[in-house]
Design a protein around this ligand. Structure first.
Ligand code: DGL
Length: 272
């Protein structure tokens, strides 16, 4: 019988500023229901979007130490802003634990699925200013025209757990109007908070625009990577899914329960 690595039962770590990375956790849980998840978020410093990237990078590095203490076998940077802030470290494989961000998988998918090469990116101010999406997409597809738009109000709404209704719809319309005016055929949800409101976003952009959720592409990459290294958890599903927040765990769990019913088992406060 094939010997199973004891490392396989270790949890996967996921990091975000708040509730946004739950969209990535959910995609991972859908694909890999046996995996234990350690979801850690920096609610005390939310939102990351308006902050200097150097500050976001420093916050993220503290969480990497936390994930090491939690004995994680892999870390997913389930935040585009933090991915942009630490891209050089992620690319250089600079951590003791393998870590990957959401931008590369999202950019690869967008470059592949767009028929016209006109691609929109809705993200935070920090992600837009970093230029990481246009740069990565054009490396893969030099003819691409990439139009970016920061949508901070949508980050706030998703963090409140408000993801539908007429007010959100008109906010989505206002945020996306400049991108839609550029006749894109593909829209990258370049902030992990946005897939929470994918239904409203798809209604607003219409059926001709293809939505790309980088979290889903990342989950597929994680499944491939763990499989290739013999690190898939062979235990019974569902795995344990615990959350850690620098904010109020009760509030986190209440909103998480609305965004992803039954997704998170427990939430605990951490001071980092
Ligand atoms: N969800 C995060 C992202 O993907 C950060 C949002 C924020 O804190 O501003 O960029």
């Amino acid at each position: 019988m094939k010997q199973l690595s004891p490392d396989a039962v270790r949890p996967i770590g996921l990091f975000d500023s708040g509730e946004g990375g739950l969209t990535v956790a959910r995609a991972v849980a859908d694909l890999l229901p046996r995996e234990h998840l350690v979801y850690a978020c920096d609610t005390a410093h939310f939102p990351y979007g308006p902050r200097p990237l150097a500050e976001v990078r420093a916050f993220f590095l503290r969480f990497m130490e936390f994930f090491a203490e939690q004995n994680c076998k892999l870390v997913i940077v389930a935040c585009n802003t933090a991915t942009a802030a630490a891209m050089d470290l992620l690319t250089a494989d600079a951590f003791a634990i393998p870590a990957l961000g959401v931008v590369q998988p999202g950019a690869v998918t967008a470059a592949k699925v767009s028929a016209t090469g006109r691609i929109g990116v809705a993200a935070t101010q920090g992600t837009c200013d970093s230029g990481i999406y246009p740069r990565t997409i054009r490396q893969l597809r030099p003819d691409a025209v990439v139009v970016q738009q920061a949508c901070p109000i949508l980050v706030i709404r998703a963090e409140e757990g408000v993801i539908s209704g007429p007010e959100v719809r008109s906010e989505v319309e206002r945020c996306l109007a400049p991108i839609l005016a550029e006749r894109v055929d593909t829209l990258v949800l370049g902030c992990t908070h946005f897939p929470h409101m994918a239904t409203v976003i798809q209604e607003v952009v219409g059926p001709a625009v293809r939505l790309v959720d980088p979290g889903k592409a990342t989950a597929a990459q994680v499944a491939d990577l763990l499989r290739a290294r013999g690190l898939l958890n062979p235990g019974p599903a569902p795995g344990r899914r615990r959350a850690f927040t620098t904010g109020d765990p009760g509030r986190f769990l209440e909103v998480a329960g609305r965004l992803w019913p039954g997704g998170i088992d427990a939430a605990v406060h951490i001071r980092l």
